[in-house]
Design a protein around this ligand. Structure first.
Ligand code: NAD
Length: 489
């Protein structure tokens, strides 16, 4: 425990937020939220049912005409107020985020500020949700389009970025006049509860935003089966995403899916090895590798592979593992026991097939409690190792070599995922060839932190459908209506 930090988290609210009120779930159930650094319970939150989901959808439905008719400039002002409240209360939000999720406080602050920036960006962009006029093929016709909010939207997110992943859904949906029902992961609701507490001060109509904790499949079934819910925006695993696609057919439910990834990093021989190793290690171990766009396969040109490997190992050894509330810590606990077991399984699978573990490789023995896994670097990697095909979501860095640009593009693309890829080079021609040849939704060239509110974010192939952030991330909350007027000539 860090000196001066309370072991439990003081929460003003722990209930569901429905129709502008904090309420218990229908059956009064609650769920304990655990701190992964201490394995201790830090709060109990209300745990609702399908009936609560229905009540939340009905509240959002009642709020819809009020919010939709609120002028877009007024809606924008309220969203900007939310951004301001989040910035003013960054530590209040970030402490809850670190304690429920494990990431270091500096990363939690960064996530909070990115969420605030997302609200601000969409507040501005909603003013530009333009339709268009279309030249008609008959002289007595006038054609144009208008944009219309989709309606009531459900926003479902996982535990690894509890604030920013909700912001990418709520900000564009609210900005264009939709109303929302949010469901965070059951294990990490606390920072979002605090955000909702702050959002109350932005004076949105009752029912415009709702917050539910509860059993994932049960609540999702209500969203999927209830015609009030016009759209579901889901961030999570590809496996669950596929199930949602199958289930959406009944009502042609609009879906946005932000799913898993397996990001290659291609290091060219022209780089400054020390500095790219530093950037690689920072990118790799951010949030313990539990990031959808986390770099997961490192291909270094054979001319520099040994130097790059050594520099990465050196940088990895500098990482300070510990409770994320400690300001000196830059890698926190993994999210849960199961996540650590999965990391161990991946490492054991690789070493059993010939990989060499150069540093790390197991649960840390320096902590009595908490889910601490030593940051790990592996080499001697072969394509039959599970780390090369399954999304690792773990602090494990496999490094291998390549010799030819075409060969490495083919290897990088040889995956069902297509979320993010990274290229480290100063060679402009190589950078362009990679940007054009890699089949991924986001390509960071000398940039291992490429996500930002104004740039589209999403996956090719099995990494998802649709985009978040940017104008693309607003479009998915709008329907287009075509208007055709016949006039007297
Ligand atoms: P998950 O699919 O198990 O869970 C995601 C969310 O869905 C959680 O809130 C969970 O409670 C809920 N859920 C689980 N099963 C469900 C079901 N049958 N029906 C409805 N909801 C259900 O994913 P996870 O393991 O918690 O999260 C990690 C995954 O999320 C990784 O694959 C990661 O790449 C992905 N992710 C993607 C992005 C992105 O933007 N593309 C961002 C973050 C995480």
């Amino acid at each position: 425990m860090v000196a001066g930090q309370a072991e439990s988290l003081e929460m003003k609210h722990t209930q569901l937020y429905i129709d502008g009120m904090w309420v218990d779930g229908e059956n009064g159930d609650t769920l304990e939220v655990t701190n992964p650094a201490t394995e201790e319970g830090i709060a109990r939150v209300a745990y609702g049912t399908a009936t609560d989901a229905r009540r939340a959808l009905e509240a959002a439905q009642r709020a819809l005409p009020v919010w939709q008719k609120t002028n877009v400039y007024e809606r924008a002002a309220k969203l900007k107020k939310i951004a301001e409240l989040m910035r003013d209360n960054v530590d209040y939000l970030a402490t809850a985020l670190t304690m429920e999720q494990g990431k270091p406080l500096a990363e939690a602050r960064g996530e909070t500020m990115a969420s605030a920036a997302t609200f601000e960006w969409f507040a501005e962009e909603a003013k530009r949700a333009y339709g268009r006029t279309i030249p008609a093929s008959a002289n007595n016709k006038r054609l144009f389009t208008v944009r219309h909010p989709v309606g009531v939207c459900a926003a479902v997110s996982p535990w690894n970025f509890p604030l920013v992943l909700q912001a990418r859904k709520l900000a564009p949906a609210l900005a264009v006049g939709c109303t929302t029902v949010s469901r965070p992961a059951s294990q990490t609701p606390l920072s979002l509860i605090r955000q909702f507490e702050l959002m109350e001060q932005a004076d949105l109509p009752d029912g415009a935003i709702n917050l539910l904790m509860g059993p994932p499949a049960e609540l999702m079934n209500e969203f999927m089966g209830n015609r009030i819910c016009r759209k579901i925006s889901f961030t999570g695993s590809t496996e669950v995403g596929k199930e949602l696609v199958r289930n959406s057919a009944g009502q042609m439910k609009r879906l946005s899916l932000e799913l898993g990834g397996h990001a290659p990093v291609i290091v060219f021989p022209d780089v400054d090895v020390e500095s790219v190793a530093r950037a690689s290690v920072i990118g790799k171990f951010r949030n313990n590798g539990q990031v959808c766009i986390c770099p997961t396969r490192f291909y270094a040109h054979r001319d520099i592979e040994q130097d790059y490997l050594e520099a990465c190992v050196e940088e990895t050894k500098k990482l300070v593992l510990g409770n994320g509330l400690d300001p000196d810590v830059n890698i926190g606990p993994m999210f849960e026991d199961r996540a650590m077991d999965k990391a161990d399984t991946i490492v054991k699978d690789a070493t059993s097939k010939g990989a060499q573990c150069v540093t790390g490789g197991g649960r840390s023995d320096r902590f009595e409690r908490g889910y601490f896994y030593e940051p790990t670097v592996l080499t001697n990697i072969t394509s039959d190792m599970s780390i090369m095909t399954d999304e690792p979501f773990a602090p494990v860095m496999p490094i291998m070599d390549y010799s030819d640009i075409h060969e490495v593009i083919a290897k990088a693309n040889d995956t069902v995922f297509g979320l993010a890829a990274y290229v480290l080079t100063n060679d402009l021609s190589a950078a362009f060839k990679m940007a054009e040849g890699l089949e991924f939704g986001t390509i960071g060239i000398n940039d291992t932190v490429p996500a930002t509110p104004q740039s589209p974010f999403g996956g090719l192939k099995e990494s998802g459908i649709g985009r978040e952030n940017a104008i693309e991330g607003m479009d998915v909350y709008l329907e287009t209506k075509a208007i055709s007027i016949a006039i007297n000539e």
